[in-house]
Design a protein around this ligand. Structure first.
Ligand code: NCD
Ligand code: ZN
Length: 353
């Protein structure tokens, strides 16, 4: 069965500065193996992407190494409230961190939050990491500045209910949920292990997970938040938060289809149609994914392309598999092999020269 290439609006490719975890080559190989043909990369690299020089460096690495299409976010900082908007046309959008997570991009001053909401062009995506009360503030700022805001990785019942209420008031908010917040809860922490289970937002309670499923109608996108860290780091002293997700996401969604919990249309709406509209992305010509929706197999990180070499879904029994991927008319993945060369992927935004 043939479906369009998936779009993932939230991945961490780790380059520059974290290449021991992932780089544009391994990360986009993982994307293709997962049926994803367009990734949008977050700016919490080392150094973070906050200005022309750092954006150019990130995009240069992507252009030479990416095997699937891509765009890169700029990060909102305390020092770039009046300048970063100039980069908008060349980015996936602006990413604002209102709560603490991996990296140094957390914005502490609410005045800076407001400035970024006001200054970033309404025609370009603004994505916000906001949990609990910060989420309420982000929704208020969307209303006050009358601009669209995309709320990243929603995980709690209280959050999805707030988003539902905001949408019913026509406040211009959209949101995404990750596969790990749909398919894992705090109950899985003993199995996965405490360090490996670290992720932001944290794995939630079962009632929260159920609330996400019950309110699927208000979830605009599925996004992996593919956030690879090595096993040594995850099992070490200060485990960094984040899960790999690109290679397990579509199999998990297809398994949910086999179980009657999702439809294929549910997936395509949230992984293709909605992200394309919300993030103003071009259609990818001659691009599709061949899936076998009834293939039964066991997921193992040993057979993945991500450099991080582990998965919270290790040993999961999947129904539904990516068999082949065609990108711009060329077979780029088939029989478990990535066939696209590094650099085959295209930046979907205009080049920053
Ligand atoms: C992400 C990372 O490792 O970059 N970690 C995570 O737990 N999700 C950062 C983020 O998206 O919050
Ligand atoms: Zn993230």
């Amino acid at each position: 069965m043939r479906i369009p290439g998936l779009i993932d609006p939230h991945v961490h490719m780790r380059e520059p500065g974290g290449e021991h975890k992932e780089d544009w080559n391994t990360g986009t190989s993982a994307a293709l193996a997962g049926g994803v043909t367009l990734v949008m990369a977050m700016p919490n690299t080392k150094p973070p992407v906050t200005d022309t020089v750092t954006l150019k460096a990130a995009l240069a690495a992507a252009s030479s190494k990416a095997r699937c299409d891509f765009a890169g976010y700029a990060g909102a900082g305390a020092g770039n409230t009046s300048t970063v908007a100039g980069l908008a046309p060349y980015t996936a959008g602006l990413k604002m961190y209102l709560d603490q997570t991996f990296g140094d991009l957390k914005l502490n001053d609410m005045g800076d939050w407001l400035a970024h909401f006001q200054n970033w062009p309404a025609s370009s995506p603004l994505c916000v990491h906001a949990e609990g009360p910060s989420l309420a503030t982000a929704i208020l700022l969307a209303e006050l500045t009358n601009r669209p805001v995309h709320l990243c990785h929603i995980s709690l019942r209280s959050e999805i209910l707030l988003i539902k209420a905001a949408k019913q008031k026509d406040i211009p908010v959209t949101c995404e949920v990750t596969p790990h917040h749909l398919f894992l809860s705090q109950d899985d922490i003993p199995v996965i292990g405490p360090g490996r289970s670290e992720v932001r937002p944290r794995l939630a309670g079962r009632a929260d997970v159920q609330a996400l499923w019950d309110n699927l109608a208000y979830i605009d996108c599925f996004a992996t938040d593919h956030a690879p860290h090595t096993l040594a780091e995850k099992d070490g002293e200060n485990p960094p938060p984040g899960f790999p997700g690109l290679e397990s996401a579509l199999p998990l969604y297809l398994t949910a289809v086999a179980e009657g919990r999702l439809t294929l249309d549910d997936i395509l709406l949230r992984c293709v149609t909605n992200p394309r509209r919300i993030f103003h992305l071009p259609e990818q010509a001659d691009t599709y994914v061949e899936i076998d929706p009834s293939a039964r197999w066991t997921f193992s990180a040993a057979h993945t392309y991500t450099r991080c070499d582990w998965s919270p879904f290790e040993g999961y029994k999947m129904t539904g598999r990516v068999m082949a991927v065609t990108l711009h008319g060329k077979t780029v993945y088939s029989d478990g092999q990535v066939l696209a060369s590094p650099g085959y992927g295209r930046n979907v935004r205009p080049p920053l020269t």
